[in-house]
Ligand binder design. Structure first.
Ligand SMILES: [Zn+2]
Ligand SMILES: [Zn+2]
Length: 405
């Protein structure tokens, strides 16, 4: 029987309810987070709010003190679930490298038998225009695609995630395009919950002082739970309150956590900043894009043929003749690679391209390269199988010469 997408998933995610819920590989930490939220609220309800029911002239006000945190905690937990159990904006992997991007790279030629031989490879970066300014996007070896602007590969989940903010170990999920607003609402709501628990616990201490005409110490002895809750919510507030403030700043300037940490010292222009109000509207009021992944869809049997690209990660052990020739230098994810990258762009004439490659290559490489080009051209003629994203970087004339920035 055909497998479903979530059963053949190449990322490190964990799926529940037959692929309806997707978590990061560290989803277990979610249990700790749940405990850290539910336990103090339970203690608060039993040891503090319950005793305050009859402290108000209005009977309902007393019960509201008890019911409000329960309802609000449910609200926080729903936000937590929305953050951690849905697709954060994973860009589906390509089944093979984007064929139209094959370049003939003279700068990355390899020494073989004392002779310089060229290598077929991709440019590591591309330039796309965002709001009229050039933005460099990088090629992801794992996902075999050029990442859309603001997309980054999460090493924990092993996926490229759109508008990648960070991987949050507390929610066990990437924070990206599709769950950032829930994440922010979760963190800010948790901060409000801390303030509420702290304030009402302090109020209960005050009530005990008045009731027994005692000192604050005596009141604190009477309700140690209030003291513990005040300390706990105070410390938690530093964490979630600080995080709320930080993300308010990030939203107002339209940055992600990743961009803020990575480009902080660069002083580069933020091409995404559209003004404070528009930045907030962008995060909270734009329509959420549907997921690009249908985790429950059946995987098609068709396995498109990959061009014979040899990378250090997918070298075919049987093909020892050209592993050295076509070896692509391992390039760190965020390394800047420049250089002249000549392009085999117009594939009208196979002989021209082969002749071009042969004239530059060594004898031993000719056969393999011509095979490579054959395969590229052949599969191109068969059917273009490269997945296209919603953004366009296809204008080769425009972006043919990547600039170093
Ligand atoms: Zn990736
Ligand atoms: Zn992640």
């Amino acid at each position: 029987m055909a497998k479903r997408v979530y059963e053949a998933w190449k990322g490190n995610n964990i799926f529940f309810i037959c692929g309806r819920l997707i978590f990061g590989p560290d989803a277990k930490s979610l249990l700790v987070t749940l405990f850290l939220i539910i336990a103090p609220v339970a203690v608060f309800c039993v040891f503090v709010a319950r005793h305050l029911r009859h402290e108000f002239s209005s009977y309902n006000a007393g019960y509201a003190i008890l019911v409000a945190p329960i309802v609000f905690t449910i609200h926080v937990l729903v936000l937590l679930l929305l953050t951690s159990s849905r697709d954060p904006g994973i860009v589906p992997r390509n089944l093979h490298p984007p064929e139209e991007e094959f370049r003939y790279d003279t700068s990355a030629s390899v020494e073989v038998g004392g002779r310089q031989t060229p290598s077929l490879q991709f440019p590591r970066t591309k330039e796309v225009m965002v709001n009229g300014l050039p933005v460099r996007v990088k090629y992801c070896d794992t996902c075999m695609l050029y990442r859309p602007p603001r997309c980054s590969h999460c090493s924990i989940c092993n996926n490229c995630v759109e508008r990648f903010d960070h991987h949050c170990p507390w929610v066990g999920q990437c924070i990206g395009l599709r769950n950032y607003r829930y994440f922010f609402c979760f963190v800010s709501s948790a901060a409000l919950l801390c303030i509420y628990v702290f304030a009402i616990s302090a109020f209960y201490i005050k009530v005990l002082m008045n009731d027994h005409q005692g000192t604050v110490w005596r009141a604190m002895k009477e309700s140690p739970a209030s003291v513990v809750l005040m300390a706990y919510s105070f410390i938690s507030l530093w964490f979630v309150g600080g995080l709320t403030g930080f993300h308010l700043y990030l939203i107002s300037t339209n940055q992600t956590t990743y961009e803020n940490f990575r480009y902080r010292s660069d002083n580069r222009i933020n091409v995404y900043d559209r003004g404070c109000i528009n930045n907030f509207l962008e995060v909270f009021c734009t329509k959420m894009n549907p997921s690009k992944n249908d985790f429950r869809a059946f995987v098609t049997d068709e396995q498109p043929q990959r061009p014979p690209m040899h990378t250090p990660r997918d070298t075919d052990p049987e093909d020892n003749n050209n592993t050295g020739d076509n070896r692509r230098m391992k390039v760190e994810d965020d390394m800047d690679i420049g250089g002249d990258l000549l392009k085999i762009s117009q594939r009208h004439n196979i002989e021209d391209i082969e002749a071009d490659i042969c004239s530059r290559g060594s004898d031993g490489l000719n056969h393999n390269l011509s095979e490579a080009v054959d395969s590229v051209l052949g599969s191109d003629r068969r059917a273009p199988v490269v997945q296209s994203d919603s953004w366009e970087i296809g204008n080769e004339g425009k972006y043919a010469n990547p600039k170093e920035t």
